[in-house]
Design a protein around this ligand. Structure first.
Ligand SMILES: C[S@@+](CC[C@H](N)C(=O)[O-])C[C@H]1O[C@@H](n2cnc3c(N)ncnc32)[C@H](O)[C@@H]1O
Length: 274
């Protein structure tokens, strides 16, 4: 399925091997650290032990693997367009079945979805890497696969809701620059704020939203700095990234550890739909 007039997003292509290796390590840390704090929202949606779970845009499958530990009776399936991430997933999780497919520019994933007939479909931190047209195209395809008893779980960030106490202009600037960079490649780091409306407009039903703060007070300063802070370092030019990143990490860490009410708040939106 090719869509004419759709601008193809270049966000999250990970063509540089060093960036790929770092991202594989970060995704692993992120999946396990964040799921612990997302869990009460997932339970509140009424998502129970599933027969089968399909993650669309599964990356190296660390999140799907972590979900599998929570739902030990479920068969796990993953789809992604990135061959390197899928190769890593296959070596780590040999019992999970994967398909390489682009969610916009191919239709194999839809036949796969029909074939494995999941009762839970997960789309996490993927829509933020698509252009507006691509999000509409993808959701218009996905909504056709609604089925009795099937739940769709989405999760996306909204960087416009990040706050830092005490204020830090350099960090704020970096967050803004990351948003500008991702937008220039076709993505949207504020998509969490309109996720629910996008799903309602696409025709999903029973759409429920929950916001979870995945900032320093929730994750702990060390976990936040390891799992999430590197996301915003992507806006630092690569030739000075290591040095500038390390300086910023050290400075933020000492500021945040210096007072009880010092914190970075990072709200992330989870939506369940049927
Ligand atoms: C930030 S990673 C998230 C991985 C995983 N969902 C997680 O939460 O750990 C985004 C993933 O979306 C995938 N992705 C983005 N656009 C895609 C598309 N059009 N088709 C298939 N996969 C896509 C990327 O390849 C990448 O693996």
């Amino acid at each position: 399925m090719k869509t004419s007039g759709t601008s193809k997003s270049q966000s999250y292509l990970l063509s540089d091997p060093e960036a790929l290796a770092k991202e594989i390590a970060r995704l692993g840390r992120q999946a396990r650290t964040l799921l612990i704090h997302e869990w009460s929202a997932i339970e509140a949606f009424g998502i129970k032990d599933s027969r089968s779970i399909l993650e669309l845009g599964c990356g190296n499958s660390e999140y799907l693997g972590a979900l599998g530990e929570r739902f030990p009776n479920a068969s796990l399936y993953g789809v992604d367009r990135n061959t390197d991430l899928l190769a890593n997933a296959r070596s780590r999780f040999p019992n999970t079945k994967y398909l390489m497919s682009d969610l916009i520019y191919s239709s194999e994933w839809m036949s796969f979805l029909e074939e494995v007939s999941p009762d839970l479909v997960v789309v996490r931190f993927v829509l933020q890497h698509m252009s507006g047209d691509e999000v509409q195209t993808f959701l218009a395809s996905l909504v056709k696969h609604r089925k009795n008893g099937r739940i769709f779980l989405f999760e996306e960030p909204d960087d416009s809701k990040i706050s830092i106490e005490p204020n830090d202009d350099e960090f704020r600037h970096l967050v803004r620059e990351t948003g500008v960079l991702q937008a220039s490649r076709g993505g949207d780091r504020t998509i969490g704020g309109h996720l629910k409306a996008l799903l309602v407009n696409a025709g999903f039903g029973e759409v429920e939203e929950q916001w979870v703060d995945l900032g320093t007070q929730t994750l702990g300063v060390g976990n936040f700095f390891e799992s999430l802070l590197p996301i915003w370092f992507s806006a630092i030019p690569s030739n000075v990234r290591r040095e500038v990143g390390e300086n910023m990490r050290a400075r933020l860490q000492s500021r945040i550890l210096s007072a009880d009410d010092a914190r970075i708040v990072f709200p992330v939106c989870l939506v369940s739909a049927a």
